[in-house]
Design a binder for this molecule. Structure first.
Ligand code: AMP
Ligand code: MG
Length: 366
C-alpha cells in the first residue's frame, strides 16, 4: 500500500512572481516538492541529489519506481557535475535546442544524483526548459531539479496550475502558477549512440528539426508509436535500439472509449465521424467529438460536446489543447470520444503518438 501523507499545498499566483519564486526556491532547497510551469507541461520538482525529496515525487504521483525522472538544469554549465561526457552530436543538439523541449539521455556521473532519479540506470535524462519561471526557480534554488510531469500517474499531464491542484493538492508543498504552458506535450527524449540519434519519446522537438541540427551524416531514428500504446515492452529486445523505461507504462486514457478516425478527404472524414456518433447516441451514450477548427460547424447537433482542437494543418494548436480537452471529456462523463486524426508532419508526430495512447490504439480510416 502506498503511504498517504497529506500536506498543505501553497499556491503562488503569477501576479506575485518575485515573492513566489523566492519562497518556492527556498522550499526546494530545503527538500520540498514544488510544481512549476515549463514550456512543455507543468513539472513536479525536487532536488535531484536528495533521495528523501525525490521519493516524495514518486509518492505524490503514485509513479512506478522503475520509471526514471528527467533532471532540469538552468545552464549548460551544470552538465559536467551530472554527466561523464557529452559527445559532438549531443553538443550540436544542445546548441540547437536548449533551452527547449529536448531531453538528452547521457551517461550519469556516479553519485551525482539520487539513484531514485535514474531508477538505477547508468544514464540520466537532462534538459534545460525554455521558460523564465522554471529557469529562475532552478537557479535560485541552486539544485538540479528532478521533475516529471505534475499529474497523478495515469492522468493527462497538466497544462495549467489548476490541473496540478486537481491531481496533487494536499500531496505536494506548492505550485507556482505561470498560466497555460506553451507546447502542451512533453519533451522529446533522445539517446545518441554512435552516429544515430534515437528518439525514445516523440515530443516538442520534431524529428525534422533534429535531423537538420544533427547534420546529414547522422541518422535520426524514430520510435514507431505502437498501436495499443500501453503494451508492455518485451523483457528482451531483438534489436539494439535503446528503450526508455517509461514507454512500457500505460499512458493516460480517458474514461470514455476513444476512437481515432483518419482520412485525407474531409467529406468522408466528417461523414464517418457523424455516422459513428449517431450510432453511439442511439445506444444512449454521451458523445464528444474532437474536431479540427475547419470541421467544427459540420458537427453542430451531431454530438453532446464538440471540441475545437485547432486548425488541421497547425498541429501545434491541438498539441497545446489536447490534455485540457481530455480532462474535460472525463469531467463531462462522455462515454464515447470520436477524434479526427491530425497530419503527422512536425509536432503532429508527437500529437498523434499521445492521441493513439489515449485511444488505446483504436483507429480506423474513413
Ligand atoms: P515524464 O517525467 O513523465 O515526462 O517521463 C520522463 C520520460 O523520460 C520517461 O519516458 C522516462 O522513461 C524517460 N527517461 C528519463 N530518464 C531516462 C533515462 N536515463 N533513460 C531512458 N529514458 C529516460
Ligand atoms: Mg508524465
Amino acid at each position: 500500500m502506498e503511504r498517504e501523507t497529506m500536506t498543505s499545498t501553497r499556491y503562488w499566483p503569477a501576479a506575485d512572481k518575485e515573492a513566489g519564486l523566492q519562497e518556492a526556491a527556498a522550499a526546494l532547497a530545503a527538500g520540498g516538492v514544488v510544481a512549476f510551469p515549463t514550456e512543455t507541461v507543468y513539472g513536479l520538482g525536487a532536488d535531484a541529489r536528495n533521495t528523501a525529496a525525490v521519493r516524495r515525487i514518486f509518492e505524490a504521483k503514485g509513479r512506478p519506481a522503475d520509471n526514471p525522472l528527467i533532471v532540469h538544469v538552468a545552464s549548460e554549465e551544470s552538465l559536467p557535475a551530472l554527466t561523464e561526457r557529452v559527445n559532438e552530436i549531443e553538443r550540436r543538439l544542445i546548441a540547437a535546442f536548449w533551452p527547449g523541449p529536448l531531453t538528452l539521455v547521457l551517461p550519469v556521473k556516479p553519485g551525482a544524483v539520487s539513484p531514485l532519479v535514474t531508477a538505477g540506470l547508468d544514464t540520466v535524462g537532462i534538459r534545460m526548459p525554455d521558460h523564465d519561471t522554471a529557469l529562475r526557480l532552478i537557479a535560485e534554488s541552486g539544485c538540479p531539479l528532478a521533475a516529471p510531469s505534475a499529474n497523478r500517474s495515469g492522468r493527462p499531464s497538466p497544462t495549467t496550475a489548476g490541473h496540478v491542484l486537481e491531481d496533487l493538492e494536499g500531496r505536494i508543498d506548492g505550485v507556482v502558477d505561470g498560466g497555460s504552458t506553451g507546447v502542451g506535450l512533453e519533451s522529446t527524449v533522445v539517446r545518441v549512440l554512435g552516429n544515430t540519434v534515437h528518439i525514445l519519446r516523440p515530443g516538442g522537438v520534431t524529428p525534422e528539426r533534429l535531423q537538420a541540427a544533427a547534420g546529414p551524416s547522422v541518422r535520426v531514428e524514430g520510435t514507431a508509436s505502437p498501436a495499443g500504446g500501453g503494451a508492455p515492452a518485451p523483457a528482451t529486445q531483438d534489436d539494439d535500439r535503446p528503450r526508455s523505461p517509461g514507454v512500457k507504462y500505460t499512458h493516460y486514457a480517458p474514461r470514455g472509449e476513444m476512437l481515432l478516425i483518419a482520412g485525407d478527404e474531409p467529406e468522408r472524414l466528417v461523414e464517418a465521424v457523424r455516422l459513428r456518433s449517431a450510432e453511439a447516441r442511439r445506444q444512449g451514450r454521451r458523445v464528444g467529438i474532437l474536431s479540427c477548427s475547419e470541421h467544427v460547424s459540420r458537427y453542430e447537433g451531431a454530438a453532446d460536446e464538440v471540441f475545437d482542437c485547432g486548425p488541421r494543418f497547425s498541429p501545434e494548436v491541438a498539441a497545446r489543447r489536447l490534455y485540457a480537452i481530455l480532462r474535460e471529456c472525463d469531467r463531462l462523463g462522455l462515454a464515447t470520444i470520436l477524434a479526427e486524426s491530425f497530419p503527422e508532419a512536425g509536432i503532429g508526430a508527437a500529437l498523434m503518438n499521445r492521441m493513439r495512447k489515449a485511444a488505446g490504439g483504436r483507429e480506423i480510416t474513413a
